[in-house]
Ligand binder design. Structure first.
Ligand code: UDP
Ligand code: MG
Length: 313
């Protein structure tokens, strides 16, 4: 039997929080009755700097039922860092952690299967979306295109797995050693290398409230997912540079040719063209390098990922 912690990040989740808490409580009571988890297993809600009444709801849940614990972060630090804060807090007082989004779109029935997999000797169990009809079409398509791009870039991540996963304490202790700021858990965890497997996860629609993943947040995560694990974009810039060089050689030949046949004045077009081309290329290259420099900048500062304001244990 394990002492299980379910960690759930919440950002402005007042609309779904109570209903999600009820569902988790029912599940945990069942797992206790089945002898899969201990009586003192718990749910840890991480309040990621919500501006609505999320923290009040978490506090009330905690007062009413000791199974609910709460962690209040001092400000909004984003999904990945909020999960990290929850996991690092929970690992000190549990044997294993399952992370699940507060709107519980994931399949709760995958949780007992994750625990069974742990009993069979797996330290990491990924919830893999086998069916995501409930996700909006655009989100589904863009996510799948992203998973493919990631693979091309050599990032070692699990296809169609987000952050619904089981981690044993052993893995969490290793995860704690990762000091990076641009946290992309889906890339880090496979690279730790403990025995892992996956269980099926069927995504349901969000019960209430809107997606808390704004386009900006999603793009930021996608960018981290590639630039934190792969330098291939840098090489792509190099390749682009070579192609542009070849093109400009062609343009050079054309310019000399038009000089000889006295149509040089027409060369204005090709000149303008190459100025723009080279200028564009330089900008792309500088921007690409800048991405990495920016990351180095934030890594060397080595700032804390989050600040805990309150812990309801
Ligand atoms: N979330 C968070 N901090 C943020 C944004 C989101 O902790 O800055 C949480 C949110 O409360 C939810 C999870 O991340 O538990 C996933 O967000 P959401 O369900 O809105 O994303 P979607 O399902 O649309 O991808
Ligand atoms: Mg969701």
């Amino acid at each position: 039997m394990i002492k299980l912690a379910i960690v759930s990040p919440c950002y402005n989740e007042e609309a779904v929080l109570e209903s999600s808490a009820r569902r988790l409580d029912t599940l945990m009571a069942r797992l206790v009755a089945e002898g899969k988890i201990t009586e003192d297993s718990f749910v840890l809600f991480v309040n990621d700097g919500s501006r609505d009444s999320t923290w009040n709801i978490i506090s009330a849940l905690h007062r009413a039922n000791p199974r609910f614990k709460g962690l209040d972060l001092a400000r909004n630090v984003g999904h990945q860092n909020a999960i990290m804060a929850g996991m690092m807090t929970a690992k000190e007082i549990s044997d294993a952690v399952i992370t699940i989004d507060a709107d519980i779109q994931d399949d709760l029935e995958a949780i007992p299967r994750m625990i069974d997999a742990y009993a069979e000797g797996y330290d990491v169990v990924y919830g893999v979306k086998v069916q995501r009809q409930a996700d909006p079409l655009l989100k589904r398509l863009s996510a799948q295109a992203f998973y493919r791009l990631q693979k091309k870039m050599g990032v070692n991540a699990i296809y169609n797995h987000a952050d619904f996963r089981f981690l044993s304490r052993r893995v969490l202790d290793q995860l704690a050693l990762y000091r990076e700021r641009n946290l992309y858990l889906r890339g880090i965890i496979p690279s730790i290398g403990f025995p892992s497997t996956s269980v099926d996860d069927v995504i349901a629609p969000r019960e209430a409230g809107e997606s808390k993943y704004s386009l900006g947040k999603m793009l930021g995560l996608a960018l981290d997912g590639i630039t934190s694990f792969s330098v291939k974009p840098l090489y792509a810039i190099l390749l682009l540079g070579i192609i542009f060089l070849l093109i400009s050689v062609g343009i050079g030949i054309y310019v000399i040719y038009s000089l000889f046949v006295h149509t040089a004045v027409h060369g204005w077009a090709s000149l303008m063209l190459s100025i723009w081309m080279v200028g564009g290329f330089v900008l792309i290259a500088v921007g690409g390098v800048g991405l990495y420099v920016g990351k180095i900048y934030s890594e060397v500062k080595d700032r804390p990922l989050y600040h805990i304001k309150d812990f309801l244990d």
